[in-house]
Design a protein around this ligand. Structure first.
Ligand code: DGT
Ligand code: CA
Ligand code: CA
Ligand code: ZN
Length: 571
């Protein structure tokens, strides 16, 4: 419910911006940020009649939240939408187009949706507009392309919790039940949810369509039921015979490319492989099908973790017995990127640390922003000293080790946004690029390498700066960056936030191959974000990473040793 409300409030803010309304948009965005990152469900506040206890929620917003909870929609938003073309929201989703430019494009060129935006850009009409230019027009076209790529796809955090809930709901009725498809492979975006089960067919299908998240039943067939969930996600449930469960799971897990290669191996060995089983070609005898392991085994392959099934060398490795022993979620001993209310996080140091302790972690790094990022309330070295006192207290009070860290801005010229003395006294230093995204590739790469060469950065955070479906990263030569990380013993991050997953699995795999250590950080700005670790682990697994490749599988002592050995620091 929280994310739904946050989304509606953000939409309202965008539309009010286009209309040229002052102040209100900011209030809606602020409330959206707060609600979107709260750990407690807004519904609990609603039930306690305490919605106004939420920061930024006044009378008007209280009414709106109540309406959304009670009716599932909001009249006010519908009215705003009617005053303006609804496609303008999509137009504002294009990077480089904010409410102001959307308004201008609408008024001067009649742009009212992505299609008309694309037409105008392709016709070269946008560069003629005052304040736009050729470069912006090109960026807009690239942005549209990126949106087309993600259109109809969903981020992991939009899908996984709902799908897991559906599976829990079905579980008691099923003999066996598993995720399949891209979700089981933990691909970074999900087209639709695939669930596979064995058991009493009618009962399973009934239970499925009964779930409270189901909005519409699309297909109710013999073996497959498809529904549309609230939020527009499609989910398929397939019920199969127990003797075919493994074959079906193998088939519907994909990827298609992996399956094509596995099927070829089956053919070469004189078999036929389909979603019902593995059959001998000559007499049609079924030799495997109940379990996935059985199928791979019969093909002389080791069982392959779903995260690897992208036809990127995993089949050869399974043949040779050289598959990696992938890092596991329960090996992660701490979170190496988080923010408190000292910068733009929503929680106190104590709250973040306590939640991390509840997760069973040995340590958590508090990595608030440095002052250069003023929108995020970044810290000066004075602030750092004050925060240190608070961290010391929390370390006394709790059993978890709270690392005093920073996410220091790398400035345009590659120097750091904090004096080296302060940086050397911190427990851990993350460096990051948050500005000047538009530098050309060579300059951007130089900037980053120069920052690495200071020796002051332990971890380079979200190394390419991309946000899935929102913006492409800055232009950087990733291979050169990895080389420089290796030479300067800089750890590269897989940022576990589902919107980032940066490095992505291909880049992280290259980093591993070049001998670079990877760290996982959720970049939490609210307590619920600490749950994102599972998406980081999944990306690490998709990158073929093993326990030793990942910095935060180390104990607290080993982590501190690692940081001291690599760096030039005092503490
Ligand atoms: P998605 O939903 O776009 O994120 O990606 P998937 O991989 O979940 O794809 P989906 O839902 O269309 O199908 C689930 C799996 O079923 C897919 O990974 C492989 C298998 N599959 C579907 N259609 C075909 C096909 O035409 N050929 C083969 N070999 N496999 C298929
Ligand atoms: Ca799917
Ligand atoms: Ca599907
Ligand atoms: Zn950052």
């Amino acid at each position: 419910m929280n994310e739904e409300i946050a989304e509606i409030f953000n939409e309202i803010a965008d539309l009010l911006d286009v209309k040229g309304v002052d102040f209100k948009p900011r209030a809606y965005r602020k409330a959206a940020r707060k609600i979107g990152s709260m750990k407690d469900d807004v519904k609990e506040y609603y039930e306690d009649d305490s919605l106004k206890d939420i920061e930024g929620v006044g009378d008007a917003m209280e009414d709106k939240i109540e309406e959304i909870i009670e009716t599932g929609s909001l009249e006010y938003l519908e009215e705003l939408k009617e005053e303006l073309p609804s496609g303008l929201i999509d137009v504002m989703n294009v990077p480089d187009i904010g409410p102001k430019s959307a308004k201008k494009l609408y008024e001067e060129l009649g742009v009212e949706d992505l299609d008309s935006l694309k037409e105008e850009a392709e016709a070269g009409n946008i560069e003629e507009l005052k304040g736009f230019g050729k470069k912006t027009q090109k960026k807009i076209l690239q942005g549209i392309e990126m949106l087309e790529e993600i259109s109809g796809r969903h981020l992991l955090n939009e899908v996984i919790p709902i799908a897991e809930d559906l599976i829990d709901h079905l579980g008691p009725k099923a003999e066996k039940i598993e995720k399949a498809g891209s979700m089981r492979r933990w691909k970074e975006t999900i087209g639709d949810v695939d669930i596979l089960a064995t058991g009493e067919r009618d009962e399973l299908m009934e239970t499925f369509v009964d779930h409270e998240e189901v909005e519409e039943v699309l297909v109710k067939g013999e073996t497959k039921t498809s529904v549309r969930l609230k939020g527009g996600i499609q989910a398929d449930l397939r019920v199969v015979e127990a003797g075919s469960f493994g074959a079906a799971l193998q088939y519907f897990t994909g990827s298609k490319e992996h399956n094509v290669s596995v099927r070829q191996i089956a053919i070469d060995k004189g078999y036929k492989l389909n979603e019902y089983g593995l059959f001998r070609k000559d007499d049609e005898e079924k030799v495997a099908g109940g379990s996935e392991e059985g199928i791979y085994e019969e093909l002389d392959l080791k069982w392959i973790s779903p995260e690897l099934r992208e036809d990127r060398g995993e089949i050869e490795a399974a043949k040779e017995g050289s598959l990696p022993e992938l890092v596991e979620r329960d090996e992660i001993k701490g979170d190496l990127q988080s923010h408190s209310d000292w910068s733009d996080g929503h929680n106190t140091v104590f709250e973040v640390a306590e939640e991390a302790q509840n997760k069973g972690y040995e340590y958590i790094a508090l990595t608030d922003h440095s002052q250069g990022l003023s929108v995020a309330g970044g810290l000066t070295s004075e602030d750092i000293k004050e925060r240190e006192e608070e961290i010391d207290e929390v370390n006394e009070e709790l059993d978890i080790n709270v690392l005093s860290g920073i996410e220091v801005d790398i400035k345009k010229d590659g120097t750091l946004d904090m004096d080296s003395e302060t940086l050397k006294e911190l427990d851990i230093v993350l460096g990051a690029v948050h500005s000047n995204f538009k530098m050309d590739e060579e300059k951007q790469t130089e900037r980053i390498k120069k920052a690495f060469e200071t020796g002051l950065i332990d971890i380079f955070a979200h190394p390419t700066g991309r946000k899935i479906g929102e913006r492409e990263g800055y232009e950087v030569n990733v291979s050169e960056m990895i080389q420089s990380a290796e030479e300067n013993e800089v750890v590269l991050e897989i940022n576990a936030s589902p919107k980032r997953l940066d490095l992505d699995s291909l880049n992280a795999r290259e980093a591993k191959e070049e001998g670079v250590t990877i760290s996982l950080g959720t970049d939490a700005h609210g307590l619920n974000h600490l749950d994102y670790m599972k998406y980081g682990v999944a990306t690490a697994r998709r990158a073929w990473l093993e326990t030793d490749d990942v910095l935060n599988t180390r104990s607290y002592e080993d982590l501190m040793d690692f940081i001291h050995d690599r760096g030039d620091r005092d503490g």
